[in-house]
Design a protein around this ligand. Structure first.
Ligand code: FPP
Length: 248
């Protein structure tokens, strides 16, 4: 606790990343390490989500995007998918009140239509119940894949151009952004991946062009406030040049 307070003092509140994105990896390894079933790893992972969301809200992060279920995760054993969907359903049912109370607005990125109907219903009611909130935006990436998102945007733009609702000459990067699931959100400043893998795994391929990447060996279920502070301290030590040369 003492160390945590010391770390907190190192954070410059005026230079926080506006948008943090997290690849929450390592639930399965956590379960294996503790001789538990994979689903118990996911259960602990859900607790870590609650911790991190609360902390981001408290310190003043504007947007938190969490990779909760990828398009590739549909290829996992049916039992695991079902368990993850049940967990998601429970999470939404139990957390909506807290989100509302803590001024957190829930949004979603991904193929919502592929989710089970009871999850979709809970998701809509959480989104609707928190839409007026002005604090942290919690963006859950669900059935999300970066390549799918880009192809979907291209198809939609092509359709609009064919129907003459958009003009070919208007297509530029800013325009393209508006056709992504993350339309309206700024790109992540900081991308965190837990469990030590140096991979992007089809997450936010377009949006992370200039994100700072931080990889920690900590398994997601163990990820806590201290680990997030370490990521923020590391981020604040970096010089972001966006392809330009150093000023001065
Ligand atoms: C990867 O662990 C994690 C996921 C499949 C996504 C994150 C899911 C949770 C945190 C569970 C709860 C989610 C919600 C939204 C309530 P893994 O199984 O790939 O771990 P491994 O690589 O160690 O096997």
């Amino acid at each position: 606790m003492a160390e945590y307070k010391e770390l907190l003092k190192l954070i410059d509140r005026t230079r926080l990343p506006q948008h943090i994105a997290i690849i929450m990896d390592g639930n399965g390894r956590w379960a294996k390490k503790h001789n538990r079933r994979r689903i118990e790893g996911h259960l602990e992972g859900a607790k870590a989500i609650r911790r991190v969301v609360r902390f981001c809200g408290e310190i003043g992060i504007k947007i938190l995007t969490l990779f909760a279920f990828s398009t590739e995760n549909w290829n996992r054993p049916k039992r695991e998918i079902q368990a993850l969907m049940n967990l998601l359903y429970k999470f939404l049912k139990e957390e909506t009140n807290n989100l509302r109370k803590n001024n957190i607005k829930l949004v979603v990125s991904g193929q919502v239509e592929r989710l089970p109907s009871k999850v979709r219903a809970e998701l809509s009611s959480s989104i609707d119940g928190t839409k007026e909130n002005s604090g942290l935006i919690l963006n859950l990436a669900l059935s999300y894949g970066g390549r799918e998102e880009i192809v979907r945007a291209c198809r939609e733009i092509a359709k609009q151009v064919c129907n003459r609702r958009e003009k070919f000459k208007d297509i530029n990067e800013q325009f393209f952004n508006e056709y992504l699931y993350t339309s309206g959100l700024p790109d992540p400043d900081l991308l965190i991946r837990t469990s030590g893998e140096f991979r992007i795994s089809n997450f936010l391929l377009w949006q992370i062009a200039y994100s700072e990447i931080y990889v920690t060996p900590v398994l997601w279920p163990d990820f806590n406030r201290r680990d997030l502070l370490l990521a923020l301290i590391d981020y604040q030590r970096r010089e972001r040049r966006f392809g330009r040369v150093k000023s001065g």
